[in-house]
Ligand binder design. Structure first.
Ligand SMILES: [Zn+2]
Length: 428
């Protein structure tokens, strides 16, 4: 339903002007207040009492759907994550996580502190159900009651939120991980209260590596530190899960070093692309073609984008800065991906520096000589590549961190593959 429809429904229920109701609703929605909560708030403002819908029904977790209305459910608290949001102009701490019973688990958002902790068994009375990302989610608001149960609710899910990095999925909250900080960088961003400092980088454990952001820099987060992070949440960043630390995250140095996975999981291109994006993955395949925009390129000095004819899409006419890059089509017989090599890796495959590339282009009076040279070196040969894969509407791109000729019988596999490609008539 659109805001307009909600406003219409509310206005007719409450017998007040629709435009006024719509203004109130929009005002709340711009602060990310969920629609059901916003409607209740507007109802109260106009003297309409609580949600007005029928009495809550008692349900098992597995029975709850986005259409369940208001429900009462007895469940075990799995996780409690805290997050601060701005609500009607004020900072407000909400609690989010998962509840479970023997039939399943469900996410919740609590708009006030009901005092429950992970492991508690509780009966949540009169929670509204909303839809979030296609799934039902419990909304614990002012009209919700929470009662502690003395008999524990038995569940098959781990209580407390301890996770490995590999297990984390976008949308997870209140998770705890034990990691080593591999890379960290301090950055200044434009936050909602003006310029603010954050930390970003890479963390690893024995199962995976993931990017992280610390929105409220903790002193303990330094390169090489082994840390237990309690109360992180997970977002999607360029197609991969990213670990987020907030002011509510507890950071504790560990006395034992964290076992860090050194190698990346090796997948077929089809598997990797099918996963929707991976932070660190290894692929083995052949370079079919070096794409346009490879070799000696120019970047906008303002934003770093590759520019054409001295024109940046965002900044207009600029004095371009020379750089080296390779964008190559990479195929392992299951699917293709564009591998992107940065200046350092490009210098390696080119066998020369940026200034040597510029000199060669000047002599030939043609930048293409650099691209041709690179293509001669890598097209038709087999490589082991490692990097961060993102998949979006423009295709699959691997931001490459390692690019090495494969020592697995390269010539033979390349021959087979190029023959297969010839049959498929993939043009250059
Ligand atoms: Zn620019």
């Amino acid at each position: 339903m659109q805001v307009d429809d909600h406003a219409e429904e509310l206005a007719s229920d409450l017998g007040v002007d629709k435009e006024e109701v719509k203004r109130d609703l929009q005002n709340l929605l711009q602060y990310s207040v969920p629609i059901e909560e916003a409607k209740q708030s507007v109802r109260r403002k106009h003297g309409g009492g609580s949600s007005g819908s029928a009495a809550p029904s008692t349900k098992d977790v597995a029975e709850i759907t986005p259409e369940s209305g208001n429900v009462t459910v007895t469940a075990r608290v799995l996780t409690v994550g805290r997050r601060s949001i701005r609500y009607q102009g004020e900072e407000r701490v909400i609690r989010e996580g998962e509840l479970a019973d023997p039939t399943g688990k469900i996410s919740y958002t609590a708009w006030q502190d009901f005092g429950f902790e992970p492991g508690d068994s509780i009966t949540v009375g009169n929670a509204s159900v909303r839809e979030w990302d296609g799934e039902p989610e419990l909304n614990l608001g002012e009209s919700t009651s929470v009662a502690m149960e003395s008999d524990p609710v038995e569940v098959e899910y781990p209580v407390g939120g301890d996770s490995t990095l590999l297990d984390l999925e976008p949308g997870d909250r209140g998770r705890n991980v034990e990691v080593r900080v591999l890379e960290v960088e301090r950055r200044t961003i434009d936050g909602r209260d003006g310029e603010t400092e954050i930390l970003s980088g890479v963390v690893a454990d024995g199962t995976a590596r993931l990017p992280f952001t610390d929105w409220n820099p903790h002193d303990e987060v330094t390169e090489g530190a082994d840390l237990r992070l309690e109360g992180v949440y997970v977002r999607e960043f360029r197609g991969v899960p990213s670990v987020n630390l907030s002011e509510f995250t507890t950071v504790t140095p560990l006395s034992e070093p964290v076992d860090v996975r050194e190698s990346a999981p090796r997948l077929s291109v089809a598997e990797a692309v099918g996963s929707g994006g991976m932070f660190d993955v290894e692929l083995v395949g052949n370079v079919l073609e070096v794409r346009d925009g490879s070799g000696l390129i120019e970047r906008c000095p303002e934003c770093g984008r590759v520019i054409q004819n001295g024109q940046c899409r965002s900044h207009g006419a600029v004095e371009g800065e020379d750089d080296l890059r390779v964008k190559a089509i990479f195929d392992d017989g299951t699917d293709t991906v564009t591998v992107v090599l940065d200046a350092d890796l490009t210098e390696e495959v080119y066998g020369g520096t940026l200034s040597e590339a510029k000199e060669a282009a000047r002599e030939a009076m043609d930048k293409e000589v650099v691209t041709d040279d690179i293509a001669e070196t890598i097209v038709g040969r087999e490589f082991r590549v490692r990097g961060n894969l993102s998949v979006d509407e423009y295709g699959a791109n691997l931001d490459t961190t390692e690019f090495e000729e494969s020592d697995e019988d390269a010539a033979e596999r390349a021959g087979e593959l190029l023959a297969a490609v010839g049959d498929r008539e993939v043009g250059a």
